[in-house]
Design a binder for this molecule. Structure first.
Ligand SMILES: Cc1cc2nc3c(=O)[nH]c(=O)nc-3n(C[C@H](O)[C@H](O)[C@H](O)COP(=O)(O)OP(=O)(O)OC[C@H]3O[C@@H](n4cnc5c(N)ncnc54)[C@H](O)[C@@H]3O)c2cc1C
Length: 483
């Protein structure tokens, strides 16, 4: 592997770091290919592409290049690859594992200008979008057509469909529609050498060999750069009802959620949160504080359905109220709402958690997958570990309960303690049969821990696949696959 031979370091504009400079001829060629305004070396402009959303991963780039078409992406990659220059693909930069920031002086390839939105094909319920289209922009585009995306995330206004495919994002509707891999039906990518592979037909059935879209989805920018994504969309669920259900234990919340899943076909989301976290959200955003001290856990349930299919809001409300009454012994308090403002207010307790915690300091985030029924045991053991390894740390747990996907957010942990803590908590998740990454990916944060869930044979196979796609290893070196 060629190791950043090209870099000529000069005193950098970022304190303590040295900004690499590209060979003048390469920079000129990049400017020619994407236009001078879109091949940027100005440190002030580059800065917004160099730090991740959490502020924990801060790098420095040789340049930020913003192509406006697949052809330009191909040209940029071909130029960088010929010069042995590593590239970090970047979408909305909302990733939480440091996979989209230039930690080794790479060129940042920002895909945000690829914002094409194609027509919906009524016969398949699919459409093709540019990789830089944000989820929120697609949702706004679909709403007047009576359609909606099958995926949803709190980061919708910045996260791009290309980034979501690259991370195999999950989110708030996995329960009903699966994660990104289940919703991508085709993909267009550019390989490191500039060749374009297009598989955008979206055939419902195709058994003609290896499935390139599913190989690239979840590869975190290490195999190819995604330029277009073909996606399933669905008819809008125009009637929605949300409930916040307080419980005395995580075990009770899990029992209620499982029962609702088994009994209610309109269940769309089941999110778990801690009341202590919600008090912080309420204080920061001027929302009413919820429930009493006897309620450490809050379960958010959403039911949704289509008017055209005969599902009304009244019917959903009645159904939910009936189920809540049936679970009265396990529910300490509740709030139910339907209709625009109420829905937004109840969801805001959940959706404002990441931003509220981020405002309190740098958050160390662990995203784990736990087998069904295992969440209460995991949380209690993880709390013990945090108390032992980093006693001054504050742990906030929330997540997608019925997916067994918990997000552990740690405040007040030093980088030194943090490494030991990550290892112990992730080992715990694996010992229970879970995984070290549920929906955020491995990125740079956890590549050194991949061996906890993947055998040496699997990691060797990952390396072989990577070599086949990207023989010079110029795409996102250091991400996902341990060096
Ligand atoms: C408030 C908040 C809430 C969130 N909620 C969720 C959630 O519920 N579920 C969830 O799964 N995630 C969630 N996330 C994480 C994040 O939004 C997702 O990982 C999202 O998929 C990242 O998209 P992005 O465009 O921001 O990608 P980036 O952060 O820019 O990149 C992420 C990774 O993908 C690669 N990449 C980006 N674009 C491309 C491309 N076009 N081609 C190849 N590789 C590419 C990058 O190199 C990097 O490795 C949340 C984040 C925040 C800040």
């Amino acid at each position: 592997m060629k190791k950043r031979r090209y870099l000529q370091t000069v005193p950098g504009e970022v304190i303590g770091l040295r900004r690499p400079t590209l060979p003048a001829r390469l920079l000129e060629a990049l400017e020619e290919s994407v236009g001078r305004a879109h091949a940027v070396v100005d440190p002030e402009i580059c800065a917004q592409f160099e730090t991740d959303w959490t502020g924990r991963f801060r790098g420095i780039s040789a340049a930020v290049v913003r192509p406006g078409s697949t052809a330009e992406v191909a040209e940029v990659l071909s130029l960088c690859s010929a010069a042995g220059v590593p590239v970090v693909p970047q979408g909305g930069n909302t990733g939480l594992v440091g996979g989209g920031v230039p930690m080794g002086g790479e060129v940042v390839l920002s895909l945000r200008r690829l914002t094409y939105i194609g027509e919906v094909d009524d016969s398949t319920g699919q459409l093709t979008v540019g990789a830089g289209t944000t989820l929120g922009a697609l949702q706004q585009h679909l709403a007047p057509l009576g359609l909606e995306t099958t995926m949803d995330l709190a980061s919708r206004d910045s996260a791009t469909l290309g980034g979501m495919a690259a991370t195999n994002a999950g989110g708030l509707q996995v329960l009903r529609n699966g994660s990104m891999r289940s919703n991508v039906t085709g993909i267009e990518v550019v390989l490191a050498d500039g060749s374009v592979l297009s598989q955008l037909r979206g055939l419902p059935k195709d058994t003609s060999g290896y499935d390139i879209p599913s190989m690239v989805v979840g590869s975190e920018g290490t195999l190819a750069v995604i330029t277009q994504v073909r996606l399933r969309v669905g008819p809008a669920n125009d009637n929605r009802v949300v409930a916040l259900l307080g419980t005395a234990s995580l075990h009770d919340a899990e029992r209620i959620a499982s029962r609702l899943r088994n009994e209610m076909e309109n269940l769309r989301s089941a999110e778990i949160m801690e009341r202590t976290t919600l008090l912080l959200v309420a204080a920061r955003h001027g929302l009413p504080a919820l429930f009493g001290d006897d309620t450490p856990w809050v379960l958010l349930i959403e039911l949704s359905g289509r008017q055209a299919a005969g599902v009304t809001t009244d019917q959903l409300s009645e159904e939910l109220t009936f189920k809540v009454a049936a679970e009265a012994g396990r529910i300490t308090d509740s709030a139910i709402g339907s209709g625009g403002t109420d829905l937004q207010r109840l969801w805001s307790y959940r959706e404002l958690i990441p931003e509220t915690l981020a405002a309190l300091g740098t958050v160390r985030k662990l995203d784990v997958s736990i087998p069904p029924g295992g969440c209460p045991g995991f949380v209690s053991a993880a709390r013990d570990l945090v108390g032992r390894i980093a006693p001054s740390a504050r742990l906030h747990v929330f997540g997608h309960l019925l997916d067994g996907n918990l997000h552990l957010n740690l405040l007040g942990v030093s980088e030194k303690d943090g490494d030991g803590l990550d290892l112990s908590v992730l080992e715990l998740a694996v010992s229970l049969g879970g995984s070290i990454g549920a929906e955020h990916g491995i990125g740079r944060a956890k590549s050194h821990l991949l061996h906890l869930v993947r055998s040496p044979e699997e990691i060797d196979l990952f390396r072989s696949v990577k070599r086949a796609f990207d023989p010079m290893s110029t795409l996102n070196p250091g991400v996902l696959i341990p060096s």
